[in-house]
Ligand binder design. Structure first.
Ligand SMILES: *Cc1c(COP(=O)(O)O)cnc(C)c1O
Length: 404
């Protein structure tokens, strides 16, 4: 019998990072702007931009920092309203507050995606939108972009957990004006901490570069992606010289080295993560009490965790299911039923006039979250699926009485 897998351990950092880490240790060359050129952070930026197909990338200390700088780069006035989904991580509305803007939340449906009618109804006096692809679930980007473009509202994609996801073949993070990614340990690429923003807009990236801490003429070390002309960027940087505050949100060469070594691993992690997810999702659909909402047809996912909904369970049943799964060795978090969960909007009490979102709340009370890293084997995924099915059966029995 296979034991329940350890879903918390990270993958080792690829061996290919070792020589460069040794060089950094020997030389102490950790600051991105010390070397005259080709510092690991700069190389990460040009490689990431090339991989994503954007003109520019700016590596920073976290995805939260990237979101904050995106709002600052958009030059929003104080108290500007920024619309975001009611299902995301608390760091996202926090970035809005940090940028002196006001978070406006919209409803998210049972499929973890933005309710477009509710989104549209709240767009009127909004000055920017952040689309969080929460747990890598992509909302309808065609409709979101159409609604925002009509009104001239800029869209920032919070793709923290969406590296490798595509929408009609296009990389997530390249659809809005700016895309932001995370390299924190629970994301597809693990540097402990780190983030990056990507854009095609020279003026936006120039502002973000300076505010990230490119003081004096450090910005001269920033470039467009390989083979692209950097003249627009240089002109924009010269225009903003001495005009902007420095928030010092830079990434170190050590982090960049650890990230760069993992870039070639991305296609494998995406492929195996999708295999594990789709296998486990299909298995748990055998249970009448568990369901995995379908993705939108335009989307190809890159999951490293599994979300599913409990169907027909009361609050008490839900807690009993969570306890039964834990006894079988699989930890499930019900977003709305665990104390102080940072993904439950009612815990974002730093937002003034925190709204009620009944549909999002109902979803969170039955939506389960289960880690499912790409490194698991299919038989380990079967152990997870068996435990989830058995836990539901233990609490609810074999069959569901439809229509009662
Ligand atoms: C992890 C995460 C963040 C925050 O990323 P950090 O790099 O830790 O700041 C933001 N949004 C989503 C959807 C995330 O999953």
């Amino acid at each position: 019998m296979t034991l329940p897998p350890n879903v918390y351990d990270a993958e080792p950092i690829p061996e290919s990072a070792r020589a460069e880490i040794e060089r950094l240790l020997q030389t102490g060359d950790l600051f991105r702007y010390t070397a005259p050129e080709d510092a690991p952070v700069t190389l990460l930026e040009t490689e990431f931009a090339e991989m994503m197909g954007t003109r520019y990338a700016l590596a920073v200390s976290s995805c939260s920092a990237a979101l904050f700088l995106s709002l600052k780069a958009l030059d929003l006035p104080r108290d500007a309203k920024v619309l975001l989904p009611g299902f995301t991580f608390a760091a996202v509305p926090s970035a809005v507050v940090h940028a002196d803007c006001r978070p406006v939340l919209c409803e998210v449906g049972e499929n973890y995606r933005i309710d477009i009618a509710d989104f549209e109804s709240r767009l009127d006096d909004v000055q920017a939108v952040i689309i969080s692809h929460m747990r890598g679930h992509t909302s309808d980007m065609d409709r979101i972009m159409a609604l925002c473009d009509q009104r001239g509202i800029p869209v920032v994609e919070d793709a923290a957990h969406s590296l490798g996801t595509t929408w009609r073949g296009r990389n997530i993070g390249t659809i809005g004006q700016i895309g932001c990614f995370s390299f924190q340990s629970y994301k597809l690429v693990n540097a402990g901490e780190g983030g990056i923003l990507i854009t095609d807009d020279a003026d936006l990236v120039a502002r973000a570069i300076i505010m990230s801490g490119a003081y004096e003429h450090m910005w001269k070390k920033h470039k467009a992606r390989r083979g692209e002309n950097s003249d627009d960027l240089v002109q924009a940087l010269q225009r903003w010289q001495n005009q902007l505050p420095l928030y010092n949100l830079r990434l170190s060469n050590m982090s960049a080295t650890i990230i760069r070594a993992q870039l070639p691993e991305i296609p494998r992690r995406v492929r195996d993560g999708r295999r594990n997810h789709d296998h486990t999702a299909a298995r748990i659909e055998e249970s009448p009490w568990l369901t995995v909402p379908a993705k939108l047809p335009q989307e190809e996912r890159a999951p490293d965790s599994l979300q599913f909904n409990l169907v027909g369970l009361s609050d008490e049943n839900t807690l009993a299911f969570q306890a039964a799964a834990a006894r079988l060795g699989v930890k499930v978090q019900v977003f709305g039923m665990s104390t102080d969960n940072a993904r439950a909007f009612w815990n974002w009490q730093f937002i003034p006039d925190l709204p009620e979102l009944p549909a999002t709340r109902a979803m969170l009370m039955r939506a389960c979250d289960c880690r499912l890293p790409a490194r698991l084997t299919t038989s380990e995924c079967d152990v997870v699926a068996d435990a989830l099915i058995a836990a539901a059966q233990e609490v609810m029995g074999d069959t569901r009485a439809y229509g009662t």
